[in-house]
Design a protein around this ligand. Structure first.
Ligand code: HEC
Length: 148
């Protein structure tokens, strides 16, 4: 049966990144309540698998690289100022240069809250994710950097 270009099975589902909380921690940042990027408000941690760590060093991410942007609410607690709240979503990038050729070789997906199956993006990755990540073509569409 013919599958149209926009069909989700053609784009290829990005798998849930099992175990990413045990991967290398790239960085953490807080996007405050005044920030215009409303949906990214909160505290995010970025994690990378071993292949993606090679990419952070070389600037070119090999196929099989996976990077996770884990976004949590922020809240205040006595004596600790700002701490993690509930998870809002995780954003995932998976490198497969053939399958995701039309989005810089990266597959983009978002999983809602703590769900392993509830996808927020499906085949809208180009509009919702790639158009912004395209600004970082010189660093292989990745914004963050790994500090020593
Ligand atoms: C408006 C611009 C914008 C949009 C839209 C956007 N991102 Fe990002 N993304 C960023 C920025 C900026 C960072 C770096 C955050 C940091 O360094 O703390 C980032 C970081 C990431 C990272 C960590 C790797 C990296 O590039 O640093 C992943 C994974 C990610 N985004 C996935 C997604 C997914 C999936 C979507 C769509 C649901 C998406 N992004 C939409 C701007 C965007």
């Amino acid at each position: 049966m013919y599958i149209s270009f926009n069909n989700i099975s053609d784009y290829g589902e990005v798998p849930y990144p099992e175990g990413y909380r045990h991967w290398a921690h790239v960085k953490t940042a807080i996007v405050g309540h005044e920030n215009p990027f409303m949906r990214f408000r909160g505290m995010h941690h970025i994690y990378a698998n071993d292949l993606a760590m090679k990419g952070y060093v070389s600037g070119k991410f090999p196929d099989g690289s996976v990077i996770v942007f884990d976004l949590l609410e922020i809240k205040t607690e006595p004596n600790t100022d700002i701490v993690e709240g509930e998870r809002k979503f995780i954003d995932v990038m998976v490198k497969d240069s053939l399958r995701y050729d039309s989005t810089g070789g990266w597959g983009f997906e978002e999983f809602n809250k703590n769900s392993l199956t509830e996808r927020n993006i499906l085949n809208l990755s180009k509009q919702k994710c790639f158009n912004c990540h395209a600004k970082t073509k010189p660093t292989d569409f990745v914004f963050s950097a790994f500090r020593k």
